[in-house]
Design a protein around this ligand. Structure first.
Ligand SMILES: NC(=O)c1ccc[n+]([C@@H]2O[C@H](COP(=O)([O-])OP(=O)(O)OC[C@H]3O[C@@H](n4cnc5c(N)ncnc54)[C@H](OP(=O)(O)O)[C@@H]3O)[C@@H](O)[C@H]2O)c1
Length: 282
C-alpha cells in the first residue's frame, strides 16, 4: 500500500510514518516547519493552505491512502480550509482518505458521544474541526473521519511535557479535575488509523482510549509512571479559569471497536507504573 501522511512531522504523524514503514508500506510524508528526523519515508514540504501545492503533492505521490494529521489548533485556514484542500486532491485521484478529527467537535453537554452524534462545538478549534468534517463529507464521501481524544505517548506528547513542566514548577497552571477526556496512546491510534486506511470503512469512527479520566488524573498517572512527585501537581476546576471549553467529553467507541483489530487501551492501562524490569504494566 502506498501511504501519504500529511502532517507526518507531528506527534501522531511520526508514529504513522514509523508504523507504515515497519509494515512494509511505501510511505511519503509531509512537513511544514519541522524538517523530519525519521527515516522510512519520502519527505516533502507542504503547506495545506495552498490548494495547488496539495494537488501537486498528491498527484506526484499517487497514494492509495492519504492520512491527514495536519492542523494548528487556533488556525482556521489550516485546520478547516487545509483539510478541505486535502480532501479535494485525494478525491481527484480516487484515493482513500483518513482524516484525523477531534472530540473538540462536541460541547460536552451530552457527556457521552457515539458516532451518530452531530457536532455542537463551542470553541474556535472545535468549530474548525467540525467544518473540516462537513467539507470532507461533501467532497470525499468515502473518507473515514476518525475522531480521537488526547494523544499520549511514552513521554513525547505535548500533554506529558506540560505535566512534567507543571510538576517541576517550570510552567504555571493547573490540571483540571472536572475536564474529562478519553486519552489514547499514540501507537494504538496510529495502528487503528492505518487499519481503517486499509479497509473499506467510510464515515465517522470514534478512535479514543477506553478510560474516561480528568486532566488531573491523567497528570497523576503520567507522574507515577515517570517517577515524578504527583503531589507537586496543582489541581483546579475549569470554570475558574479562561474562556469556556468543553468540560466532560467521552467518545463512545463501541461501534468502531467492533470493526477494528487494533486495541484502544485506556489511560489507566497504558500509563500503569513502570516496573523495575522495564515497562511491564502493573
Ligand atoms: N494532540 C492531541 O491531543 C489531539 C487530540 C485530538 C485530536 N487531535 C488531532 O490529531 C491530529 C494530529 O495531532 P498532533 O498532536 O500529532 O499534532 P502536531 O504534533 O501539532 O502536528 C501537527 C502537524 O501538522 C503540520 N502542519 C501544521 N500546519 C500545517 C500547514 N499549514 N500545512 C501542512 N502541515 C501543517 C505540522 O507540521 P510541522 O510540525 O512540520 O510544522 C505537523 O506535522 C490533528 O488533526 C489534531 O486535530 C490531536
Amino acid at each position: 500500500m502506498k501511504v501519504l501522511v500529511v502532517g507526518g512531522s507531528g506527534f501522531l504523524g511520526r508514529e504513522l510514518v514509523r508504523q507504515s514503514a515497519a509494515a512494509g508500506h511505501d510511505v511519503a510524508a509531509s512537513f511544514l516547519s519541522r524538517p523530519p528526523d525519521t527515516d522510512g519515508a519520502d519527505w516533502m514540504l507542504l503547506d495545506v493552505r495552498r490548494s495547488t501545492d496539495v494537488v501537486a503533492v498528491v498527484d506526484a505521490v499517487r497514494p492509495d491512502v492519504v492520512i491527514n494529521a495536519a492542523y494548528r489548533q487556533p488556525d482556521w485556514e489550516i485546520t478547516a480550509d487545509g483539510a478541505a484542500h486535502v480532501a479535494l486532491a485525494t478525491a481527484a485521484i480516487g484515493a482513500r482518505l483518513v482524516h484525523v478529527s477531534s472530540d473538540a467537535v462536541f460541547s460536552g453537554a451530552a457527556i457521552h458521544y457515539d458516532e451518530t452524534c452531530v457536532p455542537d462545538p463551542i470553541t474556535p478549534y472545535g468549530a474548525a474541526k467540525a467544518a473540516a468534517e462537513t467539507a470532507i463529507r461533501a467532497v470525499c464521501p468515502q473518507a473515514v473521519l476518525a475522531r480521537t481524544s488526547l494523544i499520549i505517548g511514552d513521554g513525547g506528547s505535548a500533554h506529558e511535557t506540560f505535566i512534567h513542566a507543571l510538576a517541576a514548577g517550570r510552567r504555571e497552571g493547573v490540571l483540571f479535575t472536572d475536564e474529562v477526556r478519553c486519552p489514547v496512546h499514540v501507537t494504538d491510534l496510529a495502528a487503528a488509523l492505518l487499519e481503517l486506511g486499509g479497509s473499506d470503512r467510510r464515515g465517522v469512527h470514534h478512535v479514543a482510549g477506553a478510560d474516561a479520566v480528568s486532566r488531573y488524573e491523567l497528570g497523576v498517572l503520567v507522574a507515577r509512571r515517570d517517577g515524578v512527585d504527583a503531589a507537586a501537581l496543582p489541581a483546579g476546576r475549569r470554570p475558574d479559569a479562561g474562556p469556556p471549553r468543553p468540560l466532560d467529553v467521552r467518545l463512545d467507541c463501541t461501534a468502531t471497536r467492533r470493526v477494528l483489530r487494533a486495541r484502544l487501551r485506556g489511560a489507566r492501562e497504558f500509563l500503569a507504573r513502570r516496573q523495575a524490569a522495564g515497562w511491564t504494566a502493573s
